[in-house]
Design a protein around this ligand. Structure first.
Ligand SMILES: [Zn+2]
Length: 495
């Protein structure tokens, strides 16, 4: 198995950190090197109005990791006043003490989500396999992250709502609140157990990337050893169970063979929650034109990743930290046009009904200057308008396409459940009890010298981690075991 000490295109899922009290000389030098002003896109009143009137959905955001590990709260201000150089501070931060809480610099916080006109955000439920290597550990970490998301929604109930389907996204938007949804990143977290998949669905997870950067026991990843030649037989069962549940099948991170096995297996639309176009940036994490067409044929959506390594050919496949830094110091910061080019390419190849946005904020680097955090979504609307897209098409790209694919996924599930109920009579769906021991939610902030996503996994650096707090579970997680009503729908709604 290839070593996974680099997240080839994910940028390493790192917080953006700055601590000016250390090494001021180095900071001053770097500041001088990067004194270019951050680009600000002017947004016309027409673009602002269109953006405000649209449902804006982002398919992938990794701020959950920093909430769980470092005590970040969406109510904190994670903005970096230096903007353009956030990545540089992130890299620099690897050599400085790791900050926590409101010292963290992030792409995401509540204030900027509102400024960005966001209506719905999928938050990533991610168990880093380098830190949580066993099946039970990965599952326990995912449960901790789900709990953290739910707590954020509770804490900010005036602004956020947990949403489980497209109707709830529209309802939250109508109430002026942001819908929070959960997507599981990496099928290894289901611990090779369909009942665990059911449990995650019951807890509110609405999509799952079949793999992360790691090949798991039933699906090959695009950036790891090809062990199965795609999906195993169990992997196909996972797809069918996701179809039955109404959990969206997400092919971001999956290998090409896995992708084509999904196409042959799924009865519901496929999404790529954070991938871009391979024809423009030739990396395995992006989608070939054939794959784009196949997603379109499934009724699904390719939600374009904003990260420079995905959208800027000059940064394709670069993840060496020093090289990344040099690229960023030079005149080659990622332009917004690169992101718009990928959207246009998917429109051209797959059609305007198959494009969406999947920023990968707080999980990737080298973002376009004008859309470098969650406040940047209006710049995309403005850019698409300038390129001549109609208001109707822009609304599709911003969110309507995902709402449609999500609705179709639910319809397929309802149909499958009804057919199953008709065949078997009343169904009683049982999920296993959760190992309570795995639910301890210690907030750990990886320590200095243990960068996220690269190098030594934080949990393996003896004496190098700092526990910044311990969370006591506020309530029992609801355990499934619910009756299906006569329509085949779950009688128990997620609380
Ligand atoms: Zn990812």
């Amino acid at each position: 198995m290839r070593p996974m000490n680099a997240d080839p295109l994910g940028g390493g899922k790192g917080p953006f950190v700055f601590n000016a009290s250390r090494n001021r000389l180095l900071l001053s030098f770097l500041l001088a090197c990067t004194a270019l002003a951050a680009a600000e896109k002017s947004i016309s009143p027409q673009a602002r109005q269109l953006h405000q009137d649209s449902i804006v959905i982002d398919g992938h955001n990794d701020v959950t990791t920093w909430i769980v590990d470092c005590g970040f709260d969406l109510g904190m201000d994670g903005a970096d006043p230096r903007k353009k150089n956030a990545e540089l501070w992130w890299i620099l931060g690897r050599f400085l003490p790791t900050p926590a809480g409101d010292e963290l610099r992030t792409h995401t916080d509540l204030r900027r989500m509102i400024a960005g006109g966001l209506d719905a955000q999928f938050l990533s439920i991610f168990s880093d396999p380098r830190r949580f290597s066993g099946a039970e550990e990965a599952k326990g970490r995912a449960l901790d992250m789900i709990e953290a998301v739910r707590r954020q929604v509770e804490l900010h109930a005036d602004r956020l709502e947990l949403a489980l389907g497209p109707d709830e996204i529209r309802e939250a938007s109508a109430r002026g609140r942001i819908a929070i949804l959960m997507g599981l990143e990496g099928g290894h977290a289901i611990a090779n157990d369909l009942a665990t998949l059911d449990l995650f669905y019951d807890l509110g997870v609405r999509y799952m990337t079949l793999t992360w950067s790691n090949t798991n026991d039933w699906a090959d990843s695009s950036t790891d050893e090809q062990r199965h030649g795609g999906l195993t037989q169990f992997g196909r069962e996972v797809i069918r169970e996701m179809n039955r549940l109404g959990m969206i099948v997400d092919v971001s991170h999956a290998s090409d063979d896995t992708f084509w096995d999904v196409v042959a297996t799924t009865g519901a639309p496929i999404i790529a929650s954070h991938s871009s176009a391979r024809a423009l940036v030739d990396v395995p994490r992006n989608m070939s034109d054939e794959m784009l067409r196949a997603v379109a044929a499934s009724g699904g959506v390719v939600m374009v990743n904003f990260g420079g390594a995905f959208i800027d050919p000059r940064k394709a496949g670069t993840w060496n930290m020093l090289w990344d830094a040099l690229l960023h110091l030079g005149p080659s910061s990622t332009p917004l046009s690169a992101l718009l080019d990928h959207i246009d390419h998917v429109v051209h190849v797959a059609g305007v009904d198959s494009v969406g946005l999947g920023s990968d904020f707080d999980g990737t680097l080298f973002l376009p200057d004008e859309a470098r955090d969650v406040a940047g979504f209006p710049a995309i609307t403005a850019g698409l308008l300038e390129r001549g897209h109609s208001a109707e098409d822009i609304r599709k790209i911003l969110g309507e396409n995902l709402l449609r694919a999500f609705g179709e996924t639910e319809a397929v599930a309802a149909h499958l459940r009804m057919a199953s109920t008709a065949q078997q009579g009343s169904l009683y769906v049982l999920s296993p009890d959760v190992s309570r021991g795995s639910l301890r939610a210690h907030l750990r902030c990886p320590g200095r010298g243990s960068p996220h996503g690269r190098g030594t996994p934080p949990d393996q650096g003896p004496g190098e981690q700092s526990t910044v707090g311990t969370l006591t579970r506020p309530a029992e997680l609801p355990i499934s075991g619910q009756r299906l009503d006569e329509t085949g729908q779950s009688a128990m709604k997620f609380p």
